[in-house]
Design a protein around this ligand. Structure first.
Ligand code: PGA
Length: 248
C-alpha cells in the first residue's frame, strides 16, 4: 500500500489540527493508502482523543530511554501518546539542532525498541549536488546508520529521500532523480544488511510535492509514497494528493 505522510512542522494549533483531521477523515480513500500525520507535539494527545484514524507520528524523538534530558521526549512516551511513527533526522533537525547520522542511528534503535516505525530522512544539499557529491552523501547517510545498527534491521524502516535543495523551494526533484536516489538507497541497504532487509523498507520522496507533481512520483516503481510539507497543511490539497495516489 502506498504511503502518504503529512509533516506539519511548526504549524497549527490544537483546534486547527482537529479541524484538519475531521476534514481528512471524511475521505472515502483512507483505507486505500497508509496515511500518516506528523503534527506538533502539542496536538498529539488531542488528535488521539478525537478518534484519529490515521497513523500518528512525532517529528522527532529523544535517543535515550528516560532520565535527566530536559526537552527530550522518549520513544516510549511517544507510544504512550498514541504515536506509531516518528521522523528521524529531518533536514531541518540536521540544520537547526545539529543532528547527525550517528544520532539518527541511536534514535532509530530507540524507536524500534519501543515498537515504533522510524521515518529516516536523507538527502543531499545544493552544494553537495553541485559538486557532484550527492550520491556519495546519500550513501554515507545510509551506511553510517546501518553500520551503527550493525546491519541489523530490528523493525520496519521507512526512508524518505528529501533533497535539501527541493524542500520548501517550490521546485521538486524530477521523478527520475527521485527514482535514481531510491535505487541507490536500496543498493546500499542490500549491501549493508542483505537483500532480505529490503522487504522491511519503504521509500518515500519529499520536497515541494503537490497535487500536480504527485502522479509523476507515484508512477516510479521504486517510490512507495510521499512525505509532504507545505502542501499537507490544507486538507483539500492533501486529499487531492491522496486521490492521485489511490488511482496511480
Ligand atoms: P515541503 O516539505 O513539501 O514543504 O517541501 C517537505 C518536508 O520537509 O518534509
Amino acid at each position: 500500500m502506498a504511503i502518504l505522510a503529512a509533516n506539519w512542522k511548526m504549524y497549527k494549533t490544537i483546534a486547527e489540527a482537529s479541524a484538519w483531521c475531521e476534514a481528512v477523515q471524511r475521505s472515502p480513500w483512507l483505507d486505500r493508502a497508509e496515511v500518516l500525520v506528523f503534527p506538533p507535539l502539542t496536538a498529539l494527545s488531542a488528535l488521539r482523543r478525537d478518534g484519529l484514524r490515521l497513523g500518528l507520528g512525532a517529528q522527532d524523538v529523544g535517543w535515550a530511554e528516560q532520565g535527566a534530558f530536559t526537552g527530550m521526549v522518549s520513544a516510549a512516551q511517544l507510544r504512550d501518546a498514541g504515536c506509531a511513527y516518528a521522523l528521524v533526522a529531518h533536514s531541518e533537525r540536521r540544520r537547526y539542532a545539529c543532528e547527525d547520522d550517528r544520532m539518527a542511528a541511536r534514535k532509530i534503535a530507540a524507536l524500534w525498541q519501543a515498537g515504533l516505525t522510524p521515518v529516516y530522512c536523507v538527502g543531499e544539499d545544493a552544494s553537495e549536488r553541485d559538486a557532484g557529491r550527492g550520491p556519495r552523501r546519500l550513501a554515507q547517510q545510509v551506511d553510517t546508520v546501518l553500520g551503527e545498527l550493525r546491519g541489523e534491521m530490528a523493525g520496519r524502516l521507512i526512508i524518505a529521500y528529501e533533497p535539501v535543495w527541493a524542500i520548501g523551494s517550490g521546485s521538486p526533484a524530477t521523478p527520475a532523480q527521485a527514482c535514481e536516489a531510491a535505487g541507490m538507497i536500496r543498493e546500499r541497504i542490500a549491501a549493508d544488511c542483505g537483500a532480505a532487509a529490503l522487504a522491511r523498507i519503504a521509500l518515500l520522496y519529499g520536497g515541494s510535492t503537490s497535487p500536480a507533481s504527485a502522479a509523476g512520483f507515484m508512477a516510479e516503481p521504486l517510490i512507495d509514497g510521499l512525505l509532504v510539507g507545505s502542501a499537507s497543511l490544507d486538507p483539500a490539497s492533501f486529499l487531492a494528493m491522496l486521490e492521485v495516489m489511490v488511482h496511480a
